[in-house]
Design a protein around this ligand. Sequence first.
Ligand code: SAH
Length: 351
Amino acid sequence: MTLTDRLMARIATDGPMTLADYMSTCLLDPTDGYYATRDPFGVAGDFITAPEISQMFGELIGLALAQAWIDQGSPARFSLAEPGPGRGTLMADILRATARVPGFRDAAEVHLIEASPVLRAAQAQRVPDAIWLDHLDALPAQPLFLVANEFFDALPIRQFQRDGEGWRERVVGLSDGVLALGLTDPAPLAMLADRLDDTRDGDVVEVSTPAQDAARIIGSRIAGHGGAALIVDYGGWTSFGDTFQAVQAHQPVDPFATPGAADLTAHVDFAALAQAAQPALHSKLTPQGVFLERLGISNRAQALAKGLSEPARETLISAHRRLTHPAEMGDLFKVLGLYAAGSTPPPGLTA
Ligand code: SAH
């Protein structure tokens, strides 16, 4: 049975499913899930991420995390962790860039949190001495220095549409024999009580409980044992509107047309992450371009360019532009830093 057939059979038996159930089945179903069955990155794949664009991204993030570690007195044992590490490129770049920071590598336990067996295998080629964990809550009770790039956008969301003082949930059902969005009857929802102030009839808001759970674990480790987190993703301070999207071969597609074959994401609600991470503190939400410029990406690009001839030089200049320019990834992608009370925000970020 194809994944589409199985989804339709399940809806026929159990009734419409939440977008969160749809999203997690399409992404992580063990036999047909998108991430469970492929390596989707790169020009030949479905999408490309910052670490796959240039080594500079991971190098600067590595040095920022190492500086945060030094600022906190260089704890002798800590987790250097990444949830959703994709091909392992970012962590490999972090480890290379920090290899000469005295004591850092010896103190670090590299923890990769990955759900997909295919991607775990890819990560093992680039970061052979990592320890893989199934879930963030398996992180040991010790200081945590963590980066997450395009991890939170992959976590399942539910969508609610305002109706008077209540909300209708947008759910996946069947219409004329195909998967289609429907709406539940309106009901008041305690978890959206504070959204009655900034929404009107018909407005859509998104909630990701798994994203909040992940931020809660990261925040509690940092608040309890020290450390810092850099969360990089697209999104804004507060969730507003329908941002559920499917991408295949670098093009937007209908999220209900090819279950398991397209990447499904939603914009990240950074305010919800910051709130869930308390009592850890959070930095200002900062555009990726601003963050990377503060960490010195232009100097790094110039230094790398010196040793290059065309066309590698041209590729480097275009990578720099792609990562930082407001018309490319520079503005759409944001960085949120988490840190413990009594320490300072990670490099490149302000309180
Ligand atoms: N950070 C990488 C990859 C981003 S794609 C990069 O920037 O290139 C999203 C990643 O999150 C993939 O590795 C995917 O398999 C992983 N992932 C998605 N849902 C997950 C979950 N619930 N738990 C752990 N990993 C998950």
